[in-house]
Design a protein around this ligand. Structure first.
Ligand SMILES: [Zn+2]
Length: 268
């Protein structure tokens, strides 16, 4: 009934109980999870995680995350290209721009984030793959780079911008990732924007192990997991005055369209 379009299931946080996490997600109606990468030294781990037999479909994406810009080297871009050419990656991600990355205290690293993003957008074009984008305090720069290196499609993960920025992304053929932020009492602007957008403008994401839904955070929860997607679905359903089932199905259709995921077979 739902797809988690963004979960770091390969993360060390899930080493103790990954199978149980997957089983809980499946029991709550999650049918598939997109697992984006953040650093080249995690590519093998991620590929193995997605290749293991699982109750769910696990789809890998590969990319170099802007928050780890100091760790990325030229050979990592070649390594990324090899993976895009030879594996069943569904997207290039997560990639983007982040003005709050710690590394930006070092001169030149903001420029390097932009160069890395340009190189990865070009790879996405070459391999005709959608992108999974991360941006903080950088939507204007991101939009202008996307206009220069336009991908075929993609998701703006954890969107929390303004209405005109939302429309700029939609005009570029992208959709918005709706995650834990929507559960926060302070997220009124985001909820107002989502009410005004078309129903095929968004997908659902947990961003686990990060971005705990407010209800779980409030009671002392520490680690997010894909079964908590149910909180994000409930908050979006309430926002749009629709049923949770409608929200989950609508988002699943949009995720499958944007990331070109295989249609479900009748047995699922
Ligand atoms: Zn992420």
């Amino acid at each position: 009934m739902a797809i988690d379009s963004h979960c770091h299931l390969d993360d060390d946080a899930f080493v103790p109980d990954r199978d149980a996490v997957i089983a809980r997600a499946q029991a709550l109606g999650v049918r598939g999870i997109v697992v984006p990468a953040y650093r080249a030294d995690c590519f093998d781990r991620l590929r193995d995680c997605c290749a293991r037999p699982s109750l769910l479909s696990l789809w890998p994406a590969y990319g170099l995350h802007p928050c780890y810009v100091a760790a990325h080297e030229a050979e990592h871009v070649s390594r990324l290209e090899d993976l895009l050419a030879t594996t069943d990656a569904v997207a290039v991600g997560e990639i983007g721009l982040d003005r709050h990355a710690e590394d930006l205290r070092h001169p030149g690293l903001w420029r390097r984030q932009q160069d890395l993003l340009a190189a990865q957008l070009q790879l996405a074009q070459s391999y005709d793959l959608p992108v999974i984008l991360h941006a903080r305090s950088a939507y204007a720069e991101l939009i202008s780079m996307l206009r220069r290196h336009r991908p075929c499609a993609g998701v703006v993960h954890a969107f929390n911008g303004r209405l005109e920025q939302a429309y700029a992304f939609l005009d570029l053929g992208l959709v918005l990732g709706v995650g834990g932020v929507i559960t926060q009492p302070s997220a009124q602007r985001l909820r107002d924007i989502l009410r005004r957008l078309p129903q095929d403008a968004w997908v659902l994401e947990s961003d686990a192990p990060d971005m705990l839904p407010y209800e779980v955070y409030r009671v002392g929860g520490r680690r997010n997991e894909p079964s908590f997607l149910a909180y994000n679905i409930a908050a979006l359903a309430q926002t749009l005055e629709r049923s949770p089932v409608w929200v989950a199905q609508q988002a699943e259709q949009t995720t499958r369209r944007i990331l070109r995921l295989p249609a479900l077979d009748a047995s699922e």
